[in-house]
Design a protein. Structure first.
Length: 233
């Protein structure tokens, strides 16, 4: 085997899983990322496709501080060098930052994936890795398919917006490690709902890769019903 193919076969992808939110829009009870969907906790569903991926060297999940110090019983046996947990922060960006700081330095490509997206598929992960390896940021995304209305008060429509060229950004999002670290450094204490936005703000190039519409973000109680249906089909 040539030295080049040996190098290419080394797992070099790190995965950050922001999972430290309170899930306020999902209603009271256990934080949404710990709730079962068809019997399997949402965070565990989100971890599995990455844990099974041969390119993934290390995974760091940012959890609420209490859970980081005493992991749920279904998570504790899986923890080790390859899957670690850290306490998250008060914003998503702070949680990503904490996970990034704890990531094995040998990971040169970094993926960020929301624990609230339990139906991520292998193809999406592969597409994001392939694009990030070309040296840019990469975002799994789907084209907007609904007609877009504008309303200032949430009732009276003031206009219809063209949807051509608009995409919904999902996760995973992937980056050459340096690009992501520089973007987070430049962002200071800014929060953002996705990591690509920080890379864009820092002047970095970000490309879209095909995502799946089944890769939903579980946000509201209704989304749990959709998630149960998706998990059992
Ligand atoms: N997240 C995090 N740290 C925070 C806030 C959010 O790690 N301080 C994570 C969530 O756990 C989730 C992802 O970021 O996996 C996307 O956030 P969102 O869907 O908004 O989840 P929550 O912030 O928990 O929900 P809500 O905004 O309804 O409270
Ligand atoms: Mg939130």
């Amino acid at each position: 085997m040539s030295p080049i193919s040996v190098a290419a076969s080394q797992p070099d992808v790190g995965v950050l899983l922001p999972a430290a939110g309170q899930g306020e829009r999902a209603g009271s009870g256990l934080p949404k990322q710990f709730r079962p969907i068809a019997g399997v906790p949402m965070l565990l569903r989100a971890i599995r496709p990455f844990a099974a991926h041969p390119r993934v060297r290390a995974i760091v999940a940012a959890l609420p501080a209490d859970a980081a110090h005493a992991a749920p019983t279904w998570l504790a046996p899986l923890l080790g060098e390859r899957l670690r947990v850290v306490p998250g922060g008060s914003t998503r960006a702070a949680s990503v930052r904490a996970a990034l700081a704890a990531l094995d330095p040998a990971c040169t490509i970094v993926l960020v994936h929301d624990a609230a997206r339990p139906f991520v598929e292998r193809e999406e992960i592969d597409a994001v890795i392939a694009a990030a390896e070309q040296g840019t940021g990469a975002v799994a995304a789907v084209p907007v398919s609904d007609t877009l209305k504008r309303s200032a008060d949430g009732r009276r429509v003031s206009g219809t917006e063209p949807r051509a060229g608009l995409w919904r950004a999902l996760t995973p999002q992937g980056f050459p490690r340096r690009l992501l670290e520089d973007a987070y450094r430049a962002a200071g204490d800014l929060d953002a709902t996705d990591d690509a936005a920080l890379v864009e703000a820092a002047g970095g190039v970000v490309v879209l890769v095909p995502g799946r519409t089944t890769n939903i973000k579980v946000t509201t109680p209704d989304d749990f019903a959709v998630a149960e249906a998706l998990a059992t089909t």
